[in-house]
Write a protein that binds this ligand. Structure first.
Ligand code: ZN
Length: 149
C-alpha cells in the first residue's frame, strides 16, 4: 500500500484489528520513508463466509493461513508446491460456492484433511493431529481408523 503523504510504495502494517461487526479490517500503517502513519480499511469479500472458530469468534476466510497450514503438513514430503496451491484453490472455490454466511472451522478443517489424504497420507495425519488437537496414541489410532477405511 502506497504512502498517502510521500507516495513511497513500501509501507509497513503496524497494527490490524477487525472493525465493528467484523465486516472490515482496520490497518494502521507506517511509512519508513517519511515516518508518518495512516489508516486503511479493508472490506471483507462478501462472497466468502466468515469462519466460526472453536471458541465462537468469527474470522475472515484466510487463504494464506490455509496455505501455510497445508504447506507445513507437507514439509519434506514429495509433494510439489503447485499441488498445494491447487488444493487450497479448490477449497476456496468450494467455500465460495457454498453461499453460506458462516462456516465452522471444524468443517473447513475436515475439507482440508480430506483433500490432503489424496495428496499424501502423512500430510493427512500431520494436519489432522493439529486440527483435531490429538494428544495421544488413542486419538491417533481413532484418526487412522476413520481416515483409512
Ligand atoms: Zn511516506
Amino acid at each position: 500500500m502506497k504512502c498517502q503523504f510521500c507516495a513511497n510504495p513500501k509501507t509497513r502494517v503496524v497494527d490490524s484489528r477487525p472493525g465493528r461487526e467484523n465486516n472490515h479490517i482496520r490497518r494502521r500503517r507506517h511509512c519508513p520513508s517519511c515516518d508518518r502513519r495512516f489508516t486503511t480499511f479493508e472490506r471483507l469479500d462478501e462472497n466468502f463466509p466468515l469462519v466460526v472458530k472453536r471458541d465462537g469468534r468469527l474470522e475472515p476466510f484466510d487463504r494464506e493461513k490455509m496455505l501455510t497450514a497445508v504447506r507445513n503438513s507437507c514439509a519434506k514430503l514429495p509433494v510439489a508446491e503447485r499441488h498445494l496451491n491447487r488444493l487450497v484453490g479448490l477449497i476456496e472455490t468450494r467455500v465460495q460456492q457454498s453461499r453460506q454466511r458462516k462456516l465452522e472451522s471444524q468443517a473447513l478443517g475436515d475439507l482440508v484433511a480430506a483433500a490432503l489424504l489424496d495428496l499424501h497420507p502423512a500430510a493427512y495425519i500431520r494436519y489432522s493431529m493439529v486440527h483435531r488437537q490429538i494428544q495421544d496414541l488413542q486419538g491417533l489410532k481413532q484418526l487412522l481408523e476413520e481416515g483409512f477405511r
